[in-house]
Write a protein that binds this ligand. Structure first.
Ligand code: SF4
Length: 183
């Protein structure tokens, strides 16, 4: 019997409409190139996709601002992520248990995202009322990147551990090489 290969992907790997609106299009060019290269190669290799929910769209909709990890790092956001991931964990368990039918290759995240980053995430002390600020650029300058996962991926990793699931988590940039085997 043919073994179907499955990869779990962050929601916006398949649906960029879920992303925060970018006003400077240059910022997304490399991610878009990586996304299309990965998807084309994965389809050609007959890899199947299991799409994770978008935690930000599901909680804040399409008109949200970009956020930092610190703004999402609270028990409410984490609890909502946990609920969104419950059925994903069940699906993972089912696919993993049927080793004659399926091979689950890993999880592809979006580096830089405060939610779905795998290796790096956008950080910074943000919050409060914008209209009371004299210098918005000073607040924007507080943004930095850290070598850690976004909140949603941290919750997913916790839940996988609780359920004895061990799969690699890979940033989209490295997905072509690490999932498809193309440099
Ligand atoms: S929260 Fe995750 S899935 Fe949603 S747009 Fe951001 S990176 Fe993509």
């Amino acid at each position: 019997m043919e073994i179907k290969k499955i990869v779990l992907v962050s929601h916006c790997v398949l649906n960029t409409a879920s992303k925060v609106v970018y006003y400077n299009k240059k910022d997304i060019t490399q991610e878009e190139i990586d996304r299309k290269n990965f998807l084309c190669a994965a389809i050609k290799e007959d890899v199947h996709f299991l799409q994770l929910p978008c935690p930000e769209f599901n909680q804040y909709g399409s008109n949200r601002w970009g956020h930092t990890k610190e703004q999402f790092d609270n028990s409410f956001f984490r609890d909502n992520c946990r609920r969104m991931l419950e059925s994903i964990i069940l699906q993972m368990k089912e696919y993993i248990s049927e080793i004659d039918k399926f091979e689950v290759l890993g999880i592809i995240g979006i580096d830089g995202s405060p939610s779905c980053g795998v290796n790096i995430t956008c950080c910074g002390e943000w919050g409060g009322e914008f209209s009371g600020l004299d210098d918005i650029s000073e607040v924007i300058d507080r943004v930095n990147v850290k070598n850690e996962k976004g909140v949603f991926m941290e919750v997913l990793q916790e839940m996988m551990k609780e359920n004895g699931i061990d799969l690699p988590m890979i940033g989209l940039r490295d997905a072509l090489e690490k999932i498809i085997g193309i440099d």
